[in-house]
Design a protein around this ligand. Structure first.
Ligand SMILES: C[S@@+](CC[C@H](N)C(=O)[O-])C[C@H]1O[C@@H](n2cnc3c(N)ncnc32)[C@H](O)[C@@H]1O
Length: 159
């Protein structure tokens, strides 16, 4: 399976870089994982709604440009579907069964994802109603993808 994690902006904190690298390494036996970072737009505090929409649109175009046409796109969104780890595992397993072997998880920037990205997504996935910074979101996501593969294989993993 090919897992792509596409996000806006670079990860700056070393502990997050190290944590993400650790889970990408652990995923090695299960999937080919590719992390793609697209540049973020400057987003000053005082922007009009139109300016904010433009920031999201530009970031969204960059995100979509990185996603292959046959990819199953999962957009991370606060108001998406809250799945348990087991449900995510079954979902990914089902995709593989139906020959959808390329899954792209997309994480937005500080203002969130553009409508065009949400429209491209086949699943909108929520990690709960609390907002996580996009850098931390990437670490949480990669751990949950790893957990999903351990569940799919029936392999032991700490609860
Ligand atoms: C700082 S958040 C953006 C917050 C923005 N106000 C919004 O409503 O999307 C950056 C990105 O992290 C992801 N994210 C953060 N918290 C999340 C959660 N609880 N569930 C799903 N995705 C989340 C989303 O992709 C979001 O676009």
């Amino acid at each position: 399976m090919h897992i792509q994690i596409v996000g806006v902006g670079k990860i700056k904190e070393k502990f997050l870089v190290d944590g993400i690298a650790e889970y990408v390494k652990r995923l090695g036996p299960y999937a080919k994982v590719q992390i793609v970072e697209v540049p973020d737009e400057r987003a000053p505090e005082s922007m009009s709604a139109a300016e904010e929409a433009l920031v999201k649109q530009r970031e969204g175009e960059r995100l979509l440009a990185q996603i292959k046409s046959d990819a199953y796109v999962v957009a991370l969104a606060l108001d998406g579907m809250p799945l348990s780890s087991e449900e995510l595992a079954r979902h990914v397993e089902g995709l593989a069964t139906y020959g959808r072997s390329h899954v792209a998880f997309v994480i937005g920037g500080s203002l969130g994802l553009a409508p065009a990205v949400l429209a491209r997504a086949e699943l909108k996935l929520s990690f709960g109603r609390m907002t996580l910074p996009h850098q931390l979101m990437r670490l949480v996501l990669v751990e949950q993808v790893y957990r999903a593969f351990k569940i799919m294989r029936g392999e032991p993993y700490h609860k």
